[in-house]
Design a protein around this ligand. Structure first.
Ligand code: SAH
Length: 212
């Protein structure tokens, strides 16, 4: 459980890194990151750092989660797709901002952990799916918002196709182990607008599914 001091420290880190949207700050205040961090790193749950989770993956840095969520500008009626569930931290924050969240993870072991975490927090508007998220979720498309939390060389075509007109996607692009750029893609009636946001570093988007 976060103490008031933990919460205050994390909120200050978020604000100092440009997270100013009150809806985003409030959603992040409501989601206790300790639940999504393994026991080994529990003491660092409220530090503004990424931490290792199972199967060689990471839980994202809170300020990066905040910046991405702010850039996504989720509206209360939105249907949102997240690619790269991990232990489900980002999805939990999205669930407080959106009507419905679908989150896809390629490691079955992580999908299970995320499901359990979301049950613990009684978040009932999230559907967790094991799959290769680069193909999106055609049966639930179109989406108002798509958030990709693993780096792709280019925004995956199927995800672009599953955006509603007027909808937008935030995705880190670039080669893994190098500096990647967070971009926001907005679908217009005639095509797609691209906006570069900030340098970031994410684990790569990997093909296929692991039944671990
Ligand atoms: N959103 C997470 C961050 C997880 S790190 C959080 O809130 O902390 C990125 C995750 O993307 C990893 O768990 C990784 O397994 C997953 N991933 C990588 N490629 C994927 C793909 N093609 N489809 C779905 N998940 C993928």
């Amino acid at each position: 459980m976060a103490t008031p001091e933990d919460t205050m420290r994390l909120q200050l880190s978020l604000r100092s890194k440009g997270v100013k949207d009150l809806r985003v700050l409030t959603a992040m205040e409501r989601v206790d990151r300790a639940i999504f961090v393994g026991e080994t790193f529990a003491a660092r749950a409220y530090d503004d750092v990424p931490l290792p989770i199972a199967v060689g993956q990471t839980i994202s840095q809170p300020s990066v989660v905040g910046q991405m969520t702010q850039a996504l500008d989720v509206q209360p009626r939105d249907k949102v797709l997240e690619v790269g569930t991990g232990t489900g931290y980002q999805a939990a924050i999205l669930s407080h901002l959106a009507r419905r969240v679908y989150t896809v993870e390629r490691h079955r072991a992580l999908t299970r952990v995320a499901q359990a975490n979301h049950v613990t927090l009684n978040l009932t508007n999230i559907t967790q799916i094991t799959g290769d998220g680069s193909y999106g979720l055609p049966e639930q498309a179109p989406f108002d918002r798509i958030l990709v939390t693993a780096a792709a060389e280019d925004p995956p075509g199927p995800l672009l196709a599953q955006l509603r007109i007027g909808g937008s996607m935030v995705v880190p692009v670039g080669v893994s182990d190098h500096v990647q750029t967070l971009i926001k893609v907005t679908r217009t009636a005639g095509g797609y607008d691209y906006e570069e946001l900030s340098p970031v570093r994410f684990v790569p988007l990997v093909e296929g599914v692991e039944h671990d």
